[in-house]
Design a protein around this ligand. Structure first.
Ligand SMILES: [Zn+2]
Ligand SMILES: [Zn+2]
Length: 211
């Protein structure tokens, strides 16, 4: 059975689902509670409507608690008809499964905030990090495709900058690494990509990867 998982529901979630023609949503995995990763949660409504079921949302306890505060109407006992229907599933650093698909959380740090990356098969996705703890590197061994955050060229308090992201990508050693969570200040796509070592690329909206 083909399944669709979404990592984070950012403000563009609705447009992304429409753009990609996603007709079914089996789960949402949250990396962390920052608004640029959660703001689109309200737009899971159409999936509730079509699937006639709650959508499972996976996150650390702090993430689920923050969602319950910021989207209080979703979690109210007396819910207004038509509001999003979710089933919260608390996760931690331990591996888990969603409908038979194994997911390995990759703990990283976003300055002081714990964030989870996720490994699904030989695909690993790490956003919003500026530090990867030693224990997390072994979880990434053998990754073929890595997505990693690279914010800008200048140093940043809570994100890898370009040089740091390149260093991390080379240490992790995936066959291909794609940088994401790129700020406008990084420079133009074509120009920056020319500066990148072999096997490292800039991701872009609508990029499709096959592992
Ligand atoms: Zn963040
Ligand atoms: Zn972010």
């Amino acid at each position: 059975m083909e399944q669709s998982f979404v990592i984070d529901t950012g403000p563009d979630f609705r447009m992304q689902m429409l753009r990609e023609g996603i007709k079914r949503l089996d789960a949402v995995l949250f990396t962390h509670e920052h608004k640029d990763h959660t703001a689109g949660l309200d737009d899971i409504r159409p999936f509730n409507f079509y699937q006639k079921a709650d959508i499972p949302i996976f996150g650390r306890q702090a993430v689920l608690e923050q969602l319950q505060r910021e989207f209080a109407y979703i979690f109210n006992d007396k819910r207004y008809p038509g509001v999003p229907q979710v089933a919260c599933v608390e996760i931690n650093h331990l591996a888990f499964q969603i409908n038979g698909i194994g997911i390995i959380p990759i703990p990283v740090l976003h300055y002081k905030l714990p964030v989870l990356g996720f490994r699904i098969g030989d695909f690993s996705y790490i956003t919003d990090a500026n530090h990867i703890p030693e224990e997390s590197y072994s979880l990434l061994e053998g990754t073929e495709i890595l997505v990693l955050n690279a914010l800008q060229k200048e140093p940043h308090i809570s994100h890898f900058n370009l040089d740091q992201a390149i260093e991390q990508a080379q240490r992790i050693g995936a066959k291909k690494t794609y940088f994401t969570h790129i700020a406008h200040r990084l420079g133009k796509h074509g120009a920056v990509e020319k500066e990148l070592p072999e096997g490292i690329f800039l991701a872009y909206d609508g990029l499709k990867l096959r592992v």
